[in-house]
Write a protein that binds this ligand. Structure first.
Ligand code: S3P
Length: 438
């Protein structure tokens, strides 16, 4: 599915932010494990969480969705079951890495597969600690296909994360929770803490303390989780595309309601505000243990900024769209310490650089980032332009937003993966005045 942008758009209106992907993934796994009645509102019906839901149902979770999109868990009289057919996690790194932890902890015989992008991504980062915990895992050189064999895990595993990864942290926590084996994780840099918040929300025996810049997360051996209905807040990573759209284009103001404001995810607002963005936060509240708020965004003159160090894990998914904001900001933006972008759904540093080269946006590449020389002027496009999405949802949406600053429509190729994280992207962009044509 190729998408072509339109010109002379005026972004305005009020929209509701789609559900958070990370939280939707976690509530499925923790909900299935609790095996109690529960209803989930605000769930993201994107392909990634849906492939996790299918995988959980293959092992007997019995999760259903009603006609209003509410996700329902019921109490089963069995725990989980082995499954001969491979669990297919599609495009979802979070789905696969967290499911590996969860199912290793439950102790099942299973095999896993996924699409081409997921099959090329490194899984050793979870296989290593899970194996140290006692899991029996076979892989193809740390990649898919992966199979696990039922076994029980050792008690009181301690692990210091070598990469700042919420997926690795969560995979180990889920393995500890499902096996009742007790875990201590040291996290050198804060990463998104949705798993910890959700475990606390359902009453887990979890302690978190800081030692200098490190977090120590301890999950006890015994946890009696109590299910209660859950509301998923909106995904700030999805909101980021619309925020940048309103900032760089001819906008009379955009309001986005119900945006997740977990401090381990709001680095994108911090970065944009440093660039000069006019974003007003209101109606701050807590939903199921997660902060959220409404945002009002006004067209702004942006300037270049430096993004490196501790903020990087916080903005890791927003760097492609922040790069677009930087391309239309005055002066230089420098992004460093972001080598993790090379092992996301695509090599996102390369993908952004390829798109910039085609659009004529001046930039320099580094192993762990790039520098971007921006201009607030519209890009003058002389002939039809095709940009590759590299089959990556965030690259596709980033360049579609860049189209707002182009003098002629541009085409972004292979946009189908937008459905993994933002299924109503085209509907929402159209409702705020930006038409994308198939
Ligand atoms: C996620 C963590 C991040 C992020 C991904 C979702 C999560 O990955 O990039 O989109 O839900 O835990 P890493 O843990 O690999 O940094």
């Amino acid at each position: 599915m190729n998408l072509t942008t339109s010109i002379d758009n005026k972004i305005s209106g009020t929209i509701q932010c789609p559900g958070d992907k990370s939280i939707s993934q976690r509530v499925l796994m923790i909900g299935a494990l609790m095996n109690q009645e529960m209803m989930v509102d605000g769930f993201l019906h994107g392909e990634d969480p849906l492939s996790t839901m299918n995988a959980l149902n293959q092992i007997g979770a019995g999760i259903t969705v009603d006609e209003n999109g509410l996700v329902q868990f019921c109490r089963r009289n069995y725990i989980f079951q082995h499954c001969d057919e491979s669990l297919n996690l599609g495009n979802s790194g979070t789905g696969l890495r967290l499911m590996l932890g969860l199912t290793a902890g439950i102790g099942l015989n299973l095999s896993f597969c996924g699409d081409e992008s997921l099959s090329s991504r490194p899984m050793s980062r979870v296989i290593k600690p899970l194996t140290e915990m006692g899991a029996k895992i076979e892989s193809s050189n740390g990649k898919l296909p992966i199979s696990i064999s039922a076994t029980s895990l050792h008690n009181q595993y301690t692990y210091e994360l070598p990469v700042a990864s919420a997926q690795v942290k969560s995979s180990i926590l889920l393995a500890g929770l499902a096996s009742g084996s007790g875990i201590q994780i040291t996290e050198p840099i804060q990463t998104r803490d949705h798993t910890e918040r959700m475990l606390n929300h359902f009453g887990a025996n979890l302690e978190i303390r800081s030692e200098g810049s490190k977090n120590i997360i301890q999950l006890a051996t015994s946890n009696h989780l109590k299910a209660k209905n859950y509301t998923v807040v909106g995904d700030i990573s999805s909101a980021a595309f619309l925020i940048v759209a309103a900032l760089i284009s001819n906008s009379s103001g955009l309001k986005i309601t119900n945006v997740g404001m977990n401090p381990s995810r709001t680095g994108v607002l911090e970065a944009l505000k440093k660039m000069g963005a006019n974003i007003v936060v209101s109606n701050q509240r807590l939903e199921s243990g997660e902060p959220c708020a409404d945002l009002e965004v006004k067209k702004s003159i942006l300037k270049g900024v430096e993004l490196s160090g501790e903020i990087i894990p916080n903005i890791i998914d927003e760097i492609p769209i922040l790069s677009i904001a930087a391309a239309f900001a005055e002066g230089e933006t420098l992004i460093r310490d972001a080598a993790e972008l090379r092992v996301k759904e695509s090599d996102r540093l390369q993908a952004v650089s390829d798109g910039f080269s085609i659009l004529g946006i001046a930039h320099k590449n580094f192993d762990d980032g790039m520098s971007i020389m921006g201009t607030s002027e519209k890009l003058y496009i002389e002939e039809p332009i095709n940009i590759e999405s590299h089959d990556d949802h965030r690259i596709a949406m980033s360049f579609l937003i860049a189209g707002l600053k182009c003098s002629r429509p541009i085409t972004v190729k292979n946009c189908k993966n937008i459905f993994t994280s933002f299924p109503n992207f085209m509907e929402l962009t159209s409702s705020i005045g930006y038409k994308l044509e198939k």
